[in-house]
Design a protein. Structure first.
Length: 325
C-alpha cells in the first residue's frame, strides 16, 4: 500500500497503522498531533488508526509552540505559516526589520514594482532580503491579462536564476483588485505546462479553488477581502469549504487587517496566511509583524487542539454533579 507522508510517497508491503509510521520515522514516544486526510487526530488518539491505500498523513508536532509544525509547498517544508509581502514600507530597513520580526520564511516580491536586479544601479531588495535566508516568491501584482502574468513569471525566472516557485495573480480591475478568474485559469495552465510551481491568488470561491488545484497549482490562495482593504475574512464558510475540499495547501492571501483575522484563518484550518498591508501600514510595523507571527501560531495551535462545540445555552464551569453538599 502507498501513503503520502508529509507530501512524500511511502510504500508499505501491507496495511499499517499510524503508530507504525511514527515509529518508523523515529518519533515514537513524542507528544505529537497528526493530520489524516486533512482531519486532525490530536495527541494519542491516532495510535491504532489503520491506514488505507493513498491516505495522506501529515505529522504535526504541536507541542512547544509549533516548532516542528511544518507545511509543504512544491516539495519544500516550511516552519513559518506566515508569508509576507515587501510593499508599502517606509524604507528598506523597515522592510528588513518587519520581515525579520514576522519570522516568515517565504517573502513575496512584486516583480513589476520592485527592483530585484532588472534596474542595475538602483537599490535592490535582494540586498536586504537575501535569497540565501528567505524563499523569494515572485508575484505578478499589477498584471491584468494572462499574457502579462506569464511574461512576468518568465522574467522572474531569469532574474532569479531558474527559480520555479511563483505567485500568480491576474487582476480584473483597479478598483477592487479582485482576481480575473478566467484569465487566471489560462495563465495557470500555461505556467504549469512551462514547469513553474504555481501558488495562485483567487476568489473565496470553492469551485474556482478546486479548478486551480486540478490545473496543477501547488497551493491555492483565496482572498480574505480585497487587497489592501484590511477588512478581514469576509466569508469564513467559503474558506472552510475550500480547506475541506483541498489536496494542496490553502493560504489566505490579501485583506487581513489585524492579528485576530490571521488567527481566524488558521483556526479555519488554513495552512498559512500571506499578508502585506496589515503589517506595513500599521502604526508600528515591526511590532505588528511580531503580533502576526504570534497570531498565526496561536490560531494554528487552537485549530490542532480542536475548539469546544458552540452551545446555545449556559453550562456551569464548575459542575456540582456528584458532589455531596
Ligand atoms: C503582497 C501581495 O502579494 C499582495 O498582492 C497580497 O495580496 C497582499 O494583500 P494585503 O496587502 O491585503 O495583505
Amino acid at each position: 500500500m502507498n501513503i503520502l507522508l508529509n507530501g512524500e510517497s511511502r510504500e508499505y508491503p501491507e496495511a499499517t497503522t499510524v503508530a507504525r509510521v511514527i515509529t518508523d520515522i523515529g518519533l515514537s514516544g513524542k507528544r505529537i498531533a497528526v493530520e489524516l486526510n486533512k482531519e486532525i487526530l490530536p495527541f494519542d488518539r491516532y495510535e491504532q488508526q489503520t491506514l488505507q491505500d493513498n491516505d495522506r498523513l501529515e505529522i504535526v508536532h504541536a507541542i512547544g509552540g509549533g516548532q516542528d509544525d511544518t507545511f509543504t509547498v512544491a516539495g519544500t517544508r516550511f516552519h513559518s505559516r506566515l508569508l509576507v509581502g515587501t510593499g508599502k514600507y517606509k524604507d528598506l530597513e523597515e522592510t528588513r526589520l518587519a520581515i525579520e520580526a514576522s519570522g516568515a520564511e517565504i517573502v513575496t516580491v512584486a516583480i513589476r514594482r520592485t527592483n530585484i536586479g532588472q534596474n542595475p544601479g538602483e537599490p535592490n531588495l535582494l540586498d536586504v532580503i537575501s535569497p540565501d535566508k528567505y524563499t523569494i516568491l515572485p508575484n505578478t501584482a499589477g498584471c491584468f491579462t494572462a499574457d502579462d502574468a506569464v511574461r512576468t513569471c518568465r522574467l522572474a525566472r531569469e532574474l532569479l536564476g531558474g527559480h520555479k516557485l511563483v505567485k500568480l495573480e491576474v487582476l480584473a480591475d483597479q478598483k477592487t483588485l479582485f482576481p480575473d478568474v478566467a484569465e487566471t485559469y489560462v495563465a495557470a495552465e500555461l505556467l504549469v505546462k512551462d514547469g513553474f510551481d504555481v501558488m495562485v491568488y483567487t476568489n473565496d470561491d470553492p469551485i474556482a479553488a478546486k479548478r486551480l488545484e486540478d490545473i496543477g497549482c501547488v497551493a491555492v490562495m483565496p482572498l480574505a477581502a480585497p487587497i489592501g482593504s484590511g477588512l478581514g475574512i469576509r466569508n469564513p464558510y467559503n474558506i472552510l469549504t475550500i480547506v475541506e475540499n483541498a489536496n494542496v495547501p490553502i493560504l489566505v492571501d490579501a485583506g487581513v487587517g489585524t492579528a485576530s483575522d490571521a488567527a481566524i484563518a488558521m483556526e479555519l484550518g488554513c495552512d498559512g496566511v500571506l499578508m502585506n498591508t496589515a503589517i506595513a501600514a500599521a502604526q508600528h510595523p515591526v511590532m505588528m509583524a511580531e503580533a502576526m507571527r504570534k497570531a498565526i501560531e496561536a490560531g494554528r495551535l487552537a485549530f490542532l487542539a480542536g475548539r469546544m462545540p458552540r452551545k446555545r445555552f449556559a453550562s456551569a464551569s464548575s459542575p456540582i454533579d456528584g458532589l455531596f453538599l
